[in-house]
Design a protein. Structure first.
Length: 223
């Protein structure tokens, strides 16, 4: 007899989750880490970090769907598979995570940090919301799948020193690297480029975003 096909985690888009929330039909579970949640999260989302995620202790919510989400949708899908393996029926995750939620124009809550007083020391900069491709590669693919850097280099044809540089955040993902990683991990061909672009934009926005806003006036504002 053949093996029973493994159940798949149901993926839904941000628009569907938004509609469910508006009708109070869903509980949204954020599986990112506490620092990510504190910086920005979807209003009303429950926090269950992936680092301490225990399928056996996952709450049961009667009469409502439970949707998992993370930054880009990989950790939430992994958490959903953990639930399925424990016999939890109906695991759902939000495709694209909070990145797609924000791209659709839906609201998030941002932690407010008051400006320092005259005698106060300015707080340390908040961690970046957009992870590097290396962080996504390690946390959402290599570690869950038990893949070492040497194995990844051999299987993808990407030189080992390049893999190491990407993991350390010292090298950017190119179009060729995006295609190789996409082929290997069965992601969209531009997935890795999008992760790189989102990270680069946040870095530049943090470093010189205020200066750009001061010196560049939108053309529509001139009319």
């Amino acid at each position: 007899m053949g093996k029973k096909p493994q159940a798949e985690v149901t993926g839904v888009d941000a628009a569907t989750v938004h509609a469910w929330l508006a009708k109070d039909e869903v509980v949204l579970v954020d599986v990112r880490e506490t620092s990510e949640y504190d910086q920005e999260h979807i209003p009303g989302a429950m926090l269950l970090p992936m680092s301490t995620f225990d399928p056996e202790l996952f709450p049961t919510v009667g009469g409502k769907k439970v949707v998992l989400h993370c930054a880009v949708g990989k950790r939430s899908e992994a958490a959903g598979k953990m639930l399925l393996n424990e016999g939890y029926d109906g695991a759902i995750h939000m495709i694209g995570g909070i990145r797609e939620w924000k791209a659709a124009g839906y609201a998030t809550e941002v932690q407010f940090v008051p400006p320092p007083g005259p005698q106060e020391k300015a707080p340390e900069p908040a961690p970046l919301m957009s992870p590097t491709p290396g962080e996504v590669l390690v946390e959402e693919f290599m570690e869950p799948l038990g893949i070492e850097a040497a194995e990844l280099a051999k299987d993808t044809g990407i030189p080992g020193d390049v893999i190491d540089a990407i993991i350390q955040g010292e090298a950017a993902v190119t179009a060729e690297l995006s295609l190789r990683l996409a082929r290997y991990f069965s992601t969209a061909s531009d997935f890795w480029l999008h992760v790189q672009i989102e990270h680069d934009l946040e870095v530049v926005r943090r470093n010189i975003g205020a200066e750009i806003r001061r010196h560049v006036t939108p053309r529509t504002a001139k009319n």
